[in-house]
Design a protein around this ligand. Structure first.
Ligand code: ZN
Length: 146
């Protein structure tokens, strides 16, 4: 059985595959295991962002994590579909200032042709597969409408 890193497609050994599945739930080469660790250590990316990103990659979605749009980092971007995903903690819902900033940002992205969905952490934690299924439906629709 041959195993491949879902980030770079590099062939990985059975040992690295097993280790990666235990620690990251997805097959990653050593370089990309370190890359994920670094994203988490910086406290810059949340576990939920990484979980959703890796689940999308596993499903063949050409996602980019922490993409800089010239203004701010997008948690997960799918440039090919002009589709952005922001993964939010609860403060995005409780704090109206934060919620309004989010809405303005969604609007400015939309003006530039980018559609943004906001996904709460709880959805990633508890219903990840269904969330991925629906995101893929969005992407398929966007292809149909082009
Ligand atoms: Zn890799």
């Amino acid at each position: 059985m041959k195993y491949f890193c879902i980030e770079c497609g590099y062939n990985i050994s059975t040992e690295i595959y097993d280790y990666s599945l235990n620690h990251f739930s997805h097959p990653l080469c050593r370089i990309h295991q370190d890359w994920i660790r670094a994203l988490l250590w910086d406290n810059y990316t949340t576990q939920q962002t990484i979980d959703l990103y890796l689940a999308l990659k596993t499903n063949g979605v050409p996602a980019v994590i922490e993409k800089f749009d010239g203004y701010k980092h997008i948690d997960i971007a799918i440039p090919k579909h002009k589709f952005n995903i922001e993964i939010d903690g609860m403060h995005h819902h409780y704090d109206s200032n934060q919620a309004l900033r989010d809405l303005k940002r969604t609007y400015h992205s939309f003006r530039r042709g980018y559609f943004t969905i906001r996904v709460p952490n709880t959805l990633v934690d508890e219903r990840l597969n269904e969330a991925v299924e629906y995101i893929i439906k969005f992407l398929n629709e966007s292809m149909n409408q082009q």
